[in-house]
Design a protein around this ligand. Structure first.
Ligand SMILES: Cc1cc2nc3c(=O)[nH]c(=O)nc-3n(C[C@H](O)[C@H](O)[C@H](O)COP(=O)(O)OP(=O)(O)OC[C@H]3O[C@@H](n4cnc5c(N)ncnc54)[C@H](O)[C@@H]3O)c2cc1C
Length: 467
């Protein structure tokens, strides 16, 4: 029987990062992954393939919609080759997952391919595809088994026409009418991919706005821009049924009790994700799973069994790759006797539509609810030289700062490349910067980042230069 200081179950961004940090800290480490490729949801069917398709479809959309105004004439018809687009995405995924294999080897982490299930608190069985199995002895275990798409009780996902994000990443045709159920990040990103490629896209959302967890100002602006691009929205609509009729028929009810019927060829069910612990046999180790299916952990990410920890999508909190990564490092360092810390308020949230949406810290709604007095500074992208040069003039940056101390409490952005710009806000907030601190820093000209400085100037003394 092989024995390890740490066994990590699941090789997503939580698991593989935890394994690397454990190995760096000198632990004899193993990782178990039930699939033949490492990297979990994020690399195989999440972050990376969705961004590959967003980038490809963006190129096509630019060629069709913007090249002409930039003085680029293309003779002949510009066509989508969906097979090539999906093949390129697959090759991007391959490069990334083999990168993880390389990192495992480099860090001398033993990789086991198979389903990991507890025998007891210190023994884990690896059941392999060929029917054989092996028992590992683990001083400590990190559960990083992630999540799977969830659905509504009355919807039967057939993976052909009624699909989840996993199938939407490998369609063999551009839908004529894609009905997206759920106006959150995943639905909007994949909806925009197919919108750009020529599909009609309708988004049905139960709440009164899309990206409901983010600042209402971002939600309003994104709705406006996506509508302009042709996406249709049915907010405050509760989906009642999703049926096959060759294609799909979706029925939803609005607040007045009126029913609408949408007919399409695909329905993408993107109503969130649920923690995944199937086959883990957590009960054999005595690990508590909550009513919602999450592995329960304390502030040290330790389960009720002292030598078993859990991280990432399988525990409470935002389902984000970088949150899972931070937690992986946190547990490894805790096991090494260090005193790590994660400030969950400073985990940024990003939507990779175009314009991109990014935020960190508190929203206006949260500050109001908490009774915190704040001031607002904002700056529209259209007033930037860089935005005019590229033609990406939608969006704004908004900074919320404490009314008395000027400390930055939240930064909310929509516009070109804000997924990258949000890092400045995270850095500033990590160091407890005031809006004036940001306002006094030099920002290269011309860049989209100047909108951050201008919004900070606006928050400081309403003295932005270019507005
Ligand atoms: C379409 C889509 C787009 C996304 N885009 C982004 C994005 O842009 N940015 C972002 O931050 N997040 C994004 N996410 C979310 C992100 O993918 C997850 O938050 C992240 O993957 C969670 O990491 P994890 O390590 O907790 O779990 P996962 O990545 O889900 O990995 C868990 C792994 O554990 C394995 N496993 C499960 N049970 C067992 C077992 N018993 N034995 C062995 N192996 C097991 C699974 O096979 C899987 O490989 C996206 C998700 C989707 C679906």
């Amino acid at each position: 029987m092989s024995a390890f200081d740490v066994v990590v179950i699941g090789s997503g961004p939580g698991g593989y990062v935890a394994a690397i940090r454990c190995a760096q800290l000198g632990f004899k480490t193993a990782i178990i992954e039930k699939y033949s490729t490492l990297g979990g949801t994020c690399l195989n069917v999440g972050c990376i393939p969705s961004k590959a398709l967003l980038d490809s479809s963006h190129h096509y959309y630019d060629a069709v919609s913007h090249f002409k105004e930039h003085g680029i004439d293309i003779s002949g018809e510009i066509k989508v080759n969906i097979e090539q687009m999906i093949a390129r995405k697959a090759s991007v995924v391959d490069q990334n997952v083999s990168g993880i294999k390389y990192l495992m080897d480099k860090n001398k982490i033993t990789v086991f391919e198979g389903l990991g299930s507890f025998e007891d608190a210190t023994h884990i069985k690896v059941s392999k595809a060929d029917g054989s199995s092996e028992i590992l002895e683990a001083k400590n275990t990190i559960i990083a088994t992630g999540s799977k798409p969830s659905t509504l009780p009355f919807i039967k996902i057939d993976k052909q026409r009624i699909i989840t994000s996993t199938e939407a990443l490998k369609l063999t045709e551009v839908p004529k009418h894609l009905i997206v159920i759920g106006g959150g990040v995943i639905g909007l990103e994949l909806g925009q991919v197919y919108l750009r490629l020529g599909a009609q896209v309708s988004v049905v959302e139960y709440l009164d706005r899309i990206i409901p967890g983010m600042d209402a100002g971002l939600s309003k602006e994104l709705t406006k821009v996506l509508k302009k691009q042709g996406m249709k929205f049915y907010t405050s609509h509760k989906v009642k049924s999703v049926e096959r009729n060759g294609g799909v028929v979706v029925q939803a009810e609005n607040a007045k009790g009126e029913t609408i019927t949408l007919e399409g060829d695909y329905a993408l069910v993107s109503v969130g994700r649920k923690a995944y612990t199937e086959g883990l046999a957590a009960d054999k180790a005595g690990v508590k799973i909550s009513d919602r299916g999450l592995v329960e952990v304390n502030d040290h990410l330790q389960t009720n069994v002292p030598n078993i920890y859990a991280i990432g999508d399988v525990i409470k909190g935002a389902m984000l790759a970088h949150k899972a990564e931070e937690e992986g490092v946190f547990v490894a360092e805790t096991l090494a006797g260090q005193k790590p810390h994660i400030d969950y308020n400073l985990i940024p949230g990003v939507v990779y539509t175009w314009p991109e949406v990014a935020a960190v810290g508190k929203t206006e709604e949260q500050l109001k609810a908490a009774g915190i007095e704040y001031k607002t500074g904002s700056f529209p992208m259209k007033a930037l030289g860089r935005s005019r040069a590229s033609g990406d003039t939608d969006g704004f940056v908004k900074i919320l700062a404490d009314a008395k101390t000027d400390e930055v409490l939240g930064v909310h952005m929509i516009g070109a490349r804000v997924a990258d710009l949000i890092a400045e806000a995270v850095t500033a907030m990590e160091f407890k910067a005031s809006a004036e601190d940001i306002a006094r820093m030099s920002h290269a000209h011309p860049t989209y980042a100047e909108a951050v400085k201008e919004a900070a100037l606006d928050a400081t003394e309403k003295r932005s230069i270019h507005m």
